[in-house]
Ligand binder design. Structure first.
Ligand SMILES: *Cc1c(COP(=O)(O)O)cnc(C)c1O
Length: 416
């Protein structure tokens, strides 16, 4: 049975999959089951930050697999402690504490639970708990019931109601709406500093500062979803620092690029006092409040440590900024009417497309038409909404690989 037939017969059809079956990867390249080589600027959707099968990551996994794969969070896991220290000291660079999950959605669920606990600890004037989390239109926070309810896109939620109550979706980058959108039951604000799935939209510094000011004024927790944008992807260890470096968030979620391909996510809570008695935010999530059997096991933590240390030691965030400039300058030099602009930060970039010039048919979006043509020519990229394709190469991509990918893109764009 072919892979496609086997899928059809045995796998739930939740994904609209392309007819491509990858079997091997190295760096920026991916080979399919027919032996065709592809330049991979999708990287498992910003997951393989070091490219495929980076030797340091492979070696860390091999070594850990030979020592201990899994034990339990009933015990102290040295790799987990080491990874949390790496994250706090070298990436967040603010005092705080980490919980390890297996995905981005679960990391956001953890932040939502922390907001609820905070709302109990700091209730409304009448003593009833605060519970609402403000999120934003076109956001994406995941597919679990909690993170899906947080997501400000109707298409993600359709047919799954009743949703988890307690979310309000405000327009992104609207400083007036955020001030007016706070209610007595509001406990937190959750946002992507760079919206990824929703079309690659970067928060403006004015907006981030307005949100931070509103949080301070109304005693709300400020959470950043850096699941896609974090750990070097946007040109700094943390994406919000590219926009408004002085802001100190209360919580952050990560996943995707932090494991380089192993399933790991995490959320972080700041070590800050949340009441007059000086109780720490982290104390709201005490023993028994949250858990995950796999979360932060020795294997994934050893892998993530290798990834984060490589990103830091090789200064891959700074490299991402250089490559961003190369991409922007090259695309600008084409002066193509098909391309409406390049948005994003570092190597989380969206190329906007003029749908009228692409004139998609058969119910396809302009982005899908371009993604399929690029795939045919050997370049893999994901779409982000109907009129944007994303460029998400590994953070260690070379200038020559960027040039090769852009040459393919130029050829495809030239067809319209
Ligand atoms: C991908 C993504 C998620 C969900 O992560 P999963 O690992 O798929 O659960 C959440 N937030 C953002 C910003 C994402 O890009």
């Amino acid at each position: 049975m072919s892979t496609a037939d086997s899928f059809q017969q045995h796998v739930l059809p939740t994904y609209a999959r392309f007819p491509l079956a990858p079997v091997r990867g190295a760096g920026c390249r991916l080979w399919d089951e027919n032996g065709k080589s592809h330049l991979d600027f999708c990287t498992g959707i910003a997951v393989c930050s070091l490219g495929h099968c980076h030797p340091r990551l492979v070696e860390a996994i091999r070594e850990q697999a030979g020592n201990l794969l899994h034990c339990s969070n009933l015990y102290q896991i040295p790799q987990q402690a080491e990874l949390a220290e790496e994250i706090n000291t070298h990436h967040v660079k603010l005092p705080g504490k980490v919980f390890f999950s297996n995905s981005g959605a679960e990391a956001n669920d953890g932040l939502i639970k922390a907001a609820r606990r905070f709302g109990h600890h700091r209730p409304q004037a009448d003593g009833s708990p605060r519970f609402e989390v403000i999120t934003f239109q076109q956001s994406f926070h995941g597919r679990t019931l909690g993170s899906m309810s947080a997501t400000g896109q109707a298409k993600i939620q359709q047919g799954f109601d009743p949703l988890l109550p307690g979310f309000r979706y405000l327009p992104f980058n609207d400083t007036v709406a955020i001030e007016a959108g706070i209610h007595p039951e509001t406990a937190a604000v959750l946002l992507e500093p760079v919206q990824g799935e929703g079309g690659v939209h970067v928060a403006t510094p004015e907006f981030l500062r307005a949100v931070a000011a509103v949080c301070k004024k109304h005693d709300l927790l400020l959470f950043f979803d850096e699941v896609q944008a974090g750990f070097g992807r946007c040109g700094d260890a943390m994406a919000w620092r590219m926009i408004a470096p002085e802001i100190q968030p209360d919580g952050i979620s990560w996943a995707k690029g932090m494991g380089g391909g192993v399933p790991i996510g995490a959320f972080w809570l700041a070590d800050r006092a949340i009441d007059e008695a000086g109780s720490a935010l982290a104390s709201l999530m005490g023993p028994g409040s949250h858990g995950s059997t796999y979360g932060g096991n020795p294997l994934v933590c050893a892998a993530s440590l290798a990834v984060l240390r490589e990103i830091r030691e090789k200064e891959l965030a700074a490299h991402a900024l250089l490559m961003e400039v190369r991409i922007r300058e090259t695309i600008r030099s084409w002066a193509s009417p098909v391309i409406t602009g390049v948005r994003g930060s570092g190597l989380l970039l969206g190329v906007g497309l003029d749908a009228a010039l692409i004139a998609p048919a058969d119910g396809k979006t302009a982005a899908l038409v371009v993604v399929e043509k690029l795939m045919d020519k050997g370049l893999l990229v994901p779409a982000a909404g109907p009129e944007t394709i994303r460029l998400l190469p590994p953070l260690n991509v070379t200038a020559a690989e960027i040039d090769e990918a852009l040459e393919i893109l130029r050829g495809v764009i030239g067809e319209f």
